[in-house]
Design a protein around this ligand. Sequence first.
Ligand code: G1P
Ligand code: ZN
Length: 540
Amino acid sequence: MTDTRPATRFPDQKPGTSGLRKKVPVFRQPGYVESFVQAIFDTVEGRDGATLVVGGDGRFFNREAIQVILKMAAANGFSRILVGQGGLLSTPAASCVIRARGAVGGVILSASHNPGGPEGDFGIKFNGRNGGPAPESFTEAVFARTTSLDTYRILDVPDVDLDRTGETRLGEVVVDVIDPVADYAALMETLVDFEAIAALFRGGFRMRFDAMSAVTGPYATAILEGRLGAPAGTVVNAVPLPDFGGHHPDPNPIHAADLMALMTGPDAPDFGAASDGDGDRNMIVAPHLFVTPSDSLAILAANAHLAPGYRDGIAGLARSMPTSRAADRVAAALGVPAYETPTGWKFFGNLLDAGRITICGEESAGTGSDHVREKDGLWAVLLWLNILAATGKRADAVVRDHWATFGRDYYARHDYEELDTAAAEGLMRHLRDRLATLPGTRLGSLTVATADDFAYTDPVDGSVTARQGIRIAFAEDARAVFRLSGTGTSGATLRLYVERFDRTRHDGDTKAVLAPVVEAARALGEIVARTGRAEPSIVT
Ligand code: G1P
Ligand code: ZN
């Protein structure tokens, strides 16, 4: 029943920030999924007799890819395969299931917040035993394997019924179609105070959770409405759709415009939240106040002790390099270490595994803790609810009180999308070549204090990751960071991150406060001349 078939070698199967991401038509080329998945399986150590987890965010091509992966897994030595019902598993839930069930790892199908549909994006990534994204050594080995692959192995059997829970067999191998929510909900209950949050809802607390027609819908509905008693209709866009209803499932003020309008309107509920395509990102909105992800990370860290899962405090904190320094201020106040890592969740894994940190996050709407090895959108929302229940404060008051204690880090990210790759690389090279000469440069009201190309030495395994973005620190407590996206699927995306700290003034307009930093950064990067763009594609 096992077929060994000739593999096609594709030159472009190099995983990026978060697995292999390509347009759907690329993945639909005959043999494309098969070659990449065989390369993954060839790289997984200890797969004989092991359990594998498979699931995805439900986007277009999810089911087809899952059928191929199940049949290949069954032909590659795994003895048990767990797959979410309907082929669904949010990214954090997949991480949870890998850990809870002692699996050797999991294949997760997602292109996160990128649009779906026949012309949209698709992605495949592998997470290891700890539930976290495979390290670079693994993804590089996978890529190397794709260039030398001759054959792939697959069972020649009918499709698995993904819609009925329970065990079936593929050849000798057990395939267990599991409830995608159960393990995850049980884990959440150990971390946050469900009773206190339920009491909040009983008291008339009003919330809107926008699942953006993506995978978090079933999770948010089961937990918020089912377990915590939030009124029906609290979760909107709750049914996962293969094309996310034609939207961009990215929880930010631009793509979650309806939620923003509601939260800034006359009848704003007490709390607003959204999650992305695969459920690992989150957006938090207080009434009339968008909470930047960098602030949210700092606020969650400062208040985590109010939740049962973090009652004993946190061991340390980590943020990705472009994330604002707000989290560092909390770590300093708590007397715990703060780590600055390259962009991408995989760099948090070692710190979490070693117990050096408890909470971590990124400016790109990712926050998480040591409960899984992925960022976790719904977890962040539940922890926020726990904090609101425990303090009895309004969400906007929690934010303002935080600024009063720690000062405010004004923050924005400017993305220049679909740039000519050579132009974008030229811009970065030009900055890199001038780094040594920049300190002392005066740009408007700002003076460059330091400039470097961020390199990270992992304190746990000593591995070095270089060229992770240009950091420009200004003497006036401001910072600009330049880097190129590692997740884009067409052309290059330049990300410019700008921030400025103000200890005492907290009611400023973010755009106005950051204007001098933006201007300085544009001049330094020669952005307009080199990209031909007068303005960024999107500011978040
Ligand atoms: C982006 C975000 C990054 C995040 C990644 C995966 O990567 O910036 O923080 O970890 O998506 O969700 P980028 O496109 O910038 O490489
Ligand atoms: Zn995501």
